[in-house]
Design a protein around this ligand. Structure first.
Ligand code: SF4
Length: 720
């Protein structure tokens, strides 16, 4: 039995649930992870990632010294360098000086529009705040974004339009107080496992009814009262048909509609054509199931909706999320315990990175960049001359890359993200990355994007630094250092402060924006000085239990439920919607709809989990296909298949499963050797600019095992 030198409480670095961890450390080595049974978030439960997925910290490929590429890179001919022999180890001074020199040179030559940055939903609030501050305060650009654009941008825009606030309205664990809840576009068991446990408890212990609306027959369906297997991209007709039934059968909450909303009459007229029969025709869902779901949700005392990226990752992702919001307004299922509109945020700190202004349209606190009053407040906070901040809305993640060209974006800074895995249409992304004049990567490993960089800055993991994460239900929690930084790696916030000082000096700015923080707690204090929702959050107050923002002052207890009395925009706004089909429907040449997503053992672009023993548990991408389709195609379980879209081709093994509906296939997007995003389409939602990851047309043919990039990697354990 090992006796730990210390047990360090902290927060999980993977998904948005934000489970509380205890890192057991002996001789500066983490050898075990547990969780306190009294944790308000996870009650001692952890999934496989939180429990065992910390070993990436010690992986041999981790970069622990600053690196500069040996071969100077030329726009248009930029290459990837994964091997350390292609890089030169340098001192921090040399790396930061070279970075500052080149960034300032390009800024002077091409101006603010040439500068762009990817912040990081895995990094802390403090890291994200500083990086967006660096680009806004020093380079006067709002070309600042992160992967929220790729997951819930549609939900964020819809919630802002209808409510004026874009976070989860309720606390996830409140699901046990719901009578009925809808789960849609979310494989919660694999993506938010601890919330899935709470959902199952709600059904089994507390008698709630669960309605699953999803093209895949996921594990949660075993617990559901109803499963509506819709075709990808048909959310609007299905949920609007539910609204049609609720209105037609007089199940609306008239008091709530009259007292709290606007636009009902126009909305009610707009849903007349969305009959269950029409919805069945376009979605494939039996009309009776739509009617039953509508009655079940509308007649509940407390009804909640939880959704994932099956709602938002569409070229009409905003409309898709609005169709859910309309349902909550019709029934008054919002503003009380066990109700609410709950977009399940993906990464550990995607909510926090968004709160911190790591987006092109908002300063921290969702203060619009094109509002002069907001700009003036941040100019004062950052000691910038009046009118100094750009009030021009910036480019989104995908737009940053598509604008890489002379006269457009020339220099890109990537902190912890991996667009070469997470963007759609990766062959095009590769082309854009190659055109960059200068690329900096700040990360733990040289991933598919960092391999294109000129300079690599080694950051520490979450277990080596202080900071805060804000989880999916808005709870700000502490991250604490358990071990010393590996090698020369440094916390992101320290790297950014040292770099910002160098940039500021080279720009000759007469006044410093302030980069002399002694501890991340001072950074969070600066955030709360302007962003009102964080005003009452201090490290002292969240030492034991996190606080749910908004926390309006240092006495405020936090906000488990939003919108109890009113909405930030005043009245909730109904939206009349039209059904817009997916951009690339199947046809004779490409007869299947591909939908993409995650698996339990892996995380996003795989930078962490593919450097972990988790990769042994799930070592290869698999194509999921319905038995009827496999039989027609003459292919069998375990066989290698070639999947092609109009944009690319990958080869991977097949899993034949009833879990997926006929005509639809699924591929997880974590695996570089069979990258699903080589296939996906880069069509964007016009408002949210989120790509249509959830639907594109593909063809499938038999392939040989020799065509697999890693034939030796074979998934041996069964799935749900
Ligand atoms: S459910 Fe999410 S937060 Fe909890 S242990 Fe798993 S990955 Fe970590």
């Amino acid at each position: 039995m090992i006796t730990p030198d210390r047990i360090v409480p902290t927060t999980c670095p993977y998904c948005g649930v934000g489970c509380n961890l205890e890192l057991h450390v002996k001789d500066d080595y983490i050898y075990r992870v547990t969780s306190p049974f009294d944790s308000v978030v996870n009650h001692g439960n952890l999934c496989v990632k939180g429990r065992f997925g910390y070993d990436f910290i010690y992986h041999k490929n981790r970069v622990t010294a600053p690196l500069i590429r040996k071969t100077p890179q030329v726009p248009g001919q930029r290459t990837q360098a994964f091997d350390l022999s292609e890089w030169r180890e340098v001192s921090w001074d040399e790396a930061l000086d070279a970075t500052a020199d080149r960034l300032v040179e390009i800024y002077r030559q091409d101006g603010p529009q040439a500068m762009a940055v990817y912040c990081c939903a895995k990094a802390t609030n403090e890291d994200n705040y500083l990086l967006q501050k660096m680009y806004r305060a020093l380079f006067r650009t709002n070309n600042v974004d992160h992967c929220t654009r790729l997951c819930h941008a549609g939900s964020v825009v819809a919630l802002q339009q209808a409510i004026g606030s874009s976070a989860m309205s309720n606390t996830a664990a409140e699901v046990v107080e719901s009578d009925v809840f809808i789960v849609t576009g979310s494989n919660t068991t694999e993506n938010h496992p601890i919330i899935a446990l709470q959902m199952k408890a709600a059904v089994e212990k507390y008698g709630a009814k669960m309605i699953v609306v999803d093209p895949r027959r996921m594990e949660l369906c075993d617990f559901a009262a109803l499963w509506l297997p819709l075709k990808p991209g048909t959310n609007v007709p299905v949920f609007t048909a539910m609204a049609h039934v609720i209105i037609k059968e007089g199940l609306v909450n008239r008091q709530f509609i009259d007292g709290r909303t606007e636009g009902y009459d126009e909305f009610a007229r707009s849903v007349e054509k969305f009959t269950p029969e029409y919805a069945e025709m376009v979605s494939g869902v039996d009309r009776e199931l739509i009617v039953q779901a509508a009655r079940m949700y509308a007649t509940a005392e407390r009804g909640a909706i939880f959704w994932g990226m099956g709602i938002s990752q569409l070229s009409h992702g905003t409309a898709s999320a609005l169709s859910l919001i309309n349902l909550a307004f019709l029934t008054g299922h919002i503003g009380r315990a066990g109700t609410g509109l709950n977009p399940l945020r993906g990464q550990n700190n995607v909510q926090g990175a968004s709160d911190m202004g790591a987006m092109p349209f908002h300063y921290p606190g969702y203060m619009a960049v094109d509002d002069p009053g907001n700009a003036a407040q941040w100019e004062a906070a950052w000691n910038i001359e009046p009118g100094g901040l750009s009030q021009k809305r910036g480019l989104t993640t995908t737009e940053i890359l598509t604008n890489v060209r002379p006269g457009g974006v020339r220099a890109l800074y990537i902190m912890g993200e991996n667009p070469m895995m997470s963007e759609p249409n990766l062959n095009l992304t590769r082309h854009h990355m190659q055109q960059l004049e200068f690329l900096v990567a700040q990360d733990l490993f040289i991933n598919e994007s960092g391999a294109f960089a000129d300079i690599f800055l080694p950051a520490v993991s979450w277990a080596e630094k202080d900071g805060t994460f804000t989880n999916t239900d808005r709870r700000v929690q502490l991250v604490r250092p358990a071990i010393a930084p590996r090698g020369m790696a440094r916390p992101d916030w320290q790297i950014l402060c040292d770099l910002a000082l160098r940039i500021e000096a080279r720009l000759g700015r007469p006044r410093s924006a302030g980069w002399d923080y002694r501890h991340p707690s001072e950074i969070l204090q600066e955030v709360g000085g302007v962003a009102p929702e964080y005003r009452g959050v201090t490290y002292e107050r969240i030492d034991k239990v996190g606080l749910q923002v908004p926390v309006w002052d240092d006495q405020h207890p936090g906000t488990p439920q939003l919108f109890t009395e009113s909405f930030p925009r005043g009245r909730g706004k109904f939206h009349a919607l039209e059904y817009t089909p997916i951009v690339e429907p199947p046809d004779n040449e490409y007869p299947f709809i591909l939908t993409t997503g995650r698996v339990l053992e892996h995380w996003h672009g795989g930078t962490m989990t593919r450097h972990s023993r988790l990769d042994d548990l799930y070592p290869e991408a698999r194509l999921e296909m319905n038995p009827a389709d496999a039989s027609l195609a003459g292919i069998h379980d375990g066989q290698a298949v070639r999947v092609s879209s109009r944009r690319g081709t990958i080869v991977l093994r097949l899993t034949v499963t009833e879990k997926i509906s006929a005509g639809v296939v699924f591929i997880p997007f974590h695996f570089a050797e069979a990258a699903a995003n080589l296939l996906t389409i880069d069509a964007l939602d016009a408002q949210a600019k989120i790509p249509e990851f959830k639907a594109c047309a593909v063809q499938i043919e038999p392939a040989s095992v020799e065509e697999l990039a890693r034939p030796e990697a074979q998934l041996s354990r069964g799935r749900y």
